[in-house]
Each structure stands twice: as C-alpha cells, then as structure tokens.
Design a protein around this ligand. Structure first.
Ligand SMILES: NC(=O)c1ccc[n+]([C@@H]2O[C@H](COP(=O)([O-])OP(=O)(O)OC[C@H]3O[C@@H](n4cnc5c(N)ncnc54)[C@H](OP(=O)(O)O)[C@@H]3O)[C@@H](O)[C@H]2O)c1
Length: 428
C-alpha cells in the first residue's frame, strides 16, 4: 500500500483554496493508512494574493503540465468550464492512467461519457462528488447507495444562488433585479450571473444525476432549461396567496417512453420540503422503486463543503474503491430517449391580467374547457399598479401541451391585456 499520495491541484479559487486549507488543517488525513499531501499546484496568476500559503508546493503555469508531472499521483481539477484547460488537463491525466478528482459539473455534464470511457479504458478513477450539491453527498448516494434499486425520478433544488434570490424576493417583497444586485454585492452571485440565474448550472447538475440515476450517458443538450430571471414578484405573492412558494426545480424522470430532464421555476406547496428549503441550501428527492422516497438537504456550494467532498473522492482513490464512472461501463451507456415536454402531465398555474369588465371569467373558463383543461382553484385579487386585474388559476393535472394551447388562446381574448404567465406546479 502507498504511504504518501502526491496530490496536484489545478485551480486555487473557492474550491481549490478550500482543499489547500483542508489538507493544511488535517495533515494526517489518511483514510487508507497512507497520507494525502499536496505537492504541486497551478492557477492563472502565481502572484495573486491568497489567504493560504502555496510556497511549499511546486508551481505550474500550465495545468496540463501539472497533470502530466511524474511527481503527481492524483490530479485534482478545480478550474471549471466544459472546454479549455480544464478538459485538456483532465484528459492528459487520464491518458497517463492517473486518478482524477474534479468539481467541474459543466465538464462532466457535457463530456462525461467520453471521459468515462477514457478513464475506464486505462483503469483510472474519475470522481466528481463536489460537482453536484457541493458537500451534500448526492453523487455517492446515486452511484453507490442506490445501485441495488431502480430509480424512477430525482428532483430538487440544485442551485443555491437561485434559491437565495427566490427566498429573498419572497421574504423581503423585493423584485428580482434588486435582489440579484444585492446577491452580487455580497458575493452570492457571480458578476456574470447567467449560468446560475439562467438555470444552466442546475441543468449541468441534473444531467449528471440523471446519468447516475438511470444508468445512461449524461446528455446535457437534451435538458430543457428555464431560469429564474423571468420570475416576477407578483407571481411570488399570488402563489403565496394560493399556498405555494416558487422554487427552481431540476428534475429527471424516467418512464417507458424515455427520460425527461428539466429545469424550471415551479410552485411547491408551503410546508413541503422543497418549499421550506430556503436561502442557499440545496435539496434533493430520490424515488427508488423499492426503497421509496429519500430526501437530502444541505449546502450546495462554498469552500468548506466542496473541499470536504473533494477530500472524500481523494479518500476513495486512496482506498482503491473501483466502480464504473456512471452506473454501468461507459462503452455500454446510451444517451437516453428524450420525452417531448409537451407530453408531460402536470398541474399548472396561469396568471392573467384582464380588463375589469363582466364576462371575462366566463370567456377564460370556456377557452380552457375547449382544450380540455379543468380548473382546480381560482383567485381574483386587485393588486395596486398591476395595470389591470390579475386573475390566477391552477389547473388539475393536464398534458402541458393543452395548457400551452389554452394560454395561447386566452392571450387572444379581447379582455386579456397581456400573454398569460404559466408556471408549473411541482409534482411532489
Ligand atoms: N464555488 C463553489 O462553491 C463550487 C461548488 C461546486 C462546484 N464548483 C466547481 O468547482 C470548480 C472551481 O470553482 P471555483 O468556484 O473554485 O472557481 P474560482 O473561484 O473561479 O477559481 C478558479 C481557479 O481556476 C484558476 N484558473 C482559471 N483559469 C486557469 C487556467 N487557464 N489555468 C490554470 N488555472 C486557471 C483560477 O486561477 P487564479 O486564482 O489565478 O485566478 C482560480 O484559482 C468549477 O468547476 C465549479 O463549477 C464550485
């Protein structure tokens, strides 16, 4: 058994810095008897001020050179991005048969299958616990604990920035732009927030979870993605009046027809664990055919939690744990058949802005009936400065195509002042 495992760390930002601090605080981190020691690092700027000491490590300007150094036993990639230096360095390490640990969800969601094939062809582990839900062990749960069952669905809150924004909008009665600006000031949101608020980060993560859950290849391009940037304060308030909170829900469901992977804002009933997941927390439901429902909740980001997840993967390498990168050997993985979203059946929330005149509600009800959508609840509430009368209704479970058709027809009614806003109600 090896006594010392020499770790090369590429990327010294939030996660990489966290790992350096972790191994400095726990110099005897020795899960398999041997000790993990950082020996070499790489980042963009060697002279950058960092709140940890890197003077004892060999420095590499080029992460690919670090990955190929004969003095590195485990390569840890914490740069980020699906292409460029992160991908090149991971490929280099794997080609040399070196174990790779990464937190890079974009890389695994987009190139997971080809990297898994490469890793398995050389017998090197490729581990990415920190890529989904930061320190909360979602990947291990699906890759290891759930292999005895068949998973039919995974769904949850996978982006802490979006959840923080939605929670702040709800609790402070403040609009999206104002809360986003504050989140950026406080460092909870990136200067360019598109990846988070556009739903793409959550889509990377749910694509990885879908692959692990259903034994298929990650297929990021097949994910349907809507972010929180179009969520209005008015809808948060009206959903609250109806007994719901709005959350960005990422879900992957399997049926006989294929797999549906989606990220979109959805209403969850107040009191339900998704509705009660607040601030930057993440949460996940896993539905196993035999085990039933499992719920986990915890931090999805941050230096300490993600570093602990990276350390857990390093520990797995050291203990010699060997599993396929996803649920089955990579060569046998198929990209899943994608279900047309319009066929998804679920309840929906429709918010209309109408003129204050008689007959409007009858016209809306008739239009819904024409396309076979039945109303579950109905709320008409004067709202100051709304520019009309907001009407909100929720539907019984209906194919999404019918709800969208109803929204299109309602938009054309003379008394309707703006296209209806449609939000899905989470299947919980
Ligand atoms: N932040 C989180 O909480 C979190 C949670 C889960 C997963 N992740 C994932 O972890 C990875 C790292 O995220 P992070 O938040 O730690 O990012 P970050 O704070 O922006 O740090 C990125 C690091 O990569 C370095 N870097 C950038 N381009 C490079 C290049 N061409 N060559 C070498 N080094 C380069 C940067 O160098 P300089 O320091 O010199 O600029 C920096 O140290 C990403 O894949 C991210 O998605 C992050």
């Amino acid at each position: 058994m090896k006594n010392t495992w020499r770790i090369g760390v590429a990327g010294l930002g939030t996660v990489g810095g966290g790992l350096v601090k972790f191994l400095t605080e726990r110099p005897h981190f020795a899960p398999a008897g041997g000790t993990a020691v950082i020996t070499a690092v790489s980042a963009r700027d060697r002279s950058r001020q960092r709140d940890f000491d890197i003077s004892g490590y060999e420095w590499f300007d080029d992460p690919v050179a670090l990955a190929s150094s004969p003095d590195v036993d485990i390569f840890v990639e914490l740069i980020g991005g699906s292409e460029g230096p992160a991908k090149a360095a991971v490929e280099t390490a794997l080609r040399l048969g070196k174990p790779v640990v990464t937190a890079n969800k974009a890389l695994i969601a987009v190139h997971g299958r080809e990297l898994a094939e490469l890793a398995e062809s050389v017998g090197a582990p490729l581990l990415f616990e920190a890529a989904v839900m930061g320190g909360t062990p979602a990947v291990k749960m699906l890759r290891e604990a759930m292999v005895g069952d068949e998973v039919d669905a995974v769904a949850g809150i996978l982006n802490g920035t979006c959840n923080y924004i939605l929670t702040e909008m709800e609790q402070g009665s403040r609009p999206f732009a104002q809360v986003l600006a504050e989140a950026q000031r406080l460092g909870y949101a990136e200067a360019d927030p598109t990846t988070d608020v556009g739903g793409f980060d959550a889509a990377h993560k749910i694509s990885i979870l879908a692959a692990l859950a259903f034994g298929c290849a990650p297929h990021y391009a097949a994910a349907e993605v809507e972010g929180v940037d179009q969520v209005e304060l008015l809808d948060i308030k009206l959903a609250g009046d109806l007994g719901y909170r709005i959350r960005l829900v990422a879900s992957a469901t399997r049926s006989a027809d294929g797999v549906s992977v989606r990220v979109h804002p959805a209403l969850a009933p107040i009191g339900h664990p998704l509705a009660e997941t607040r601030g930057a927390l993440n949460a996940l439901f896993i539905e196993g055919r035999r085990i039933g429902r499992i719920f986990i909740q915890g931090p999805g980001a941050g230096s300490g939690p993600t570093a602990a997840a990276v350390a857990a993967d390093i520990s797995d390498v050291m203990t010699g744990a060997r599993r396929p990168v996803f649920q089955a050997p990579a060569q046998s993985l198929q990209p899943f058949a994608k279900i047309d979203a319009a066929h998804n059946v679920g309840k929906a929330y429709l918010r209309l802005l109408v003129r204050d005149q008689p007959g409007v509600i009858a016209a809306v009800s008739e239009t819904l009936a024409e396309v076979g959508v039945s109303i579950d609840s109905f709320l008409q509430k004067p709202v100051e400065d709304a520019g009309g009368v907001p009407i909100v209704l929720t539907t019984h479970a209906t194919p999404e195509a019918a709800v969208l058709e109803a929204a299109r027809r309602i938009a054309a009614l003379p008394a309707v002042l703006a296209p209806p806003k449609m939000l899905r109600i989470a299947r919980v």
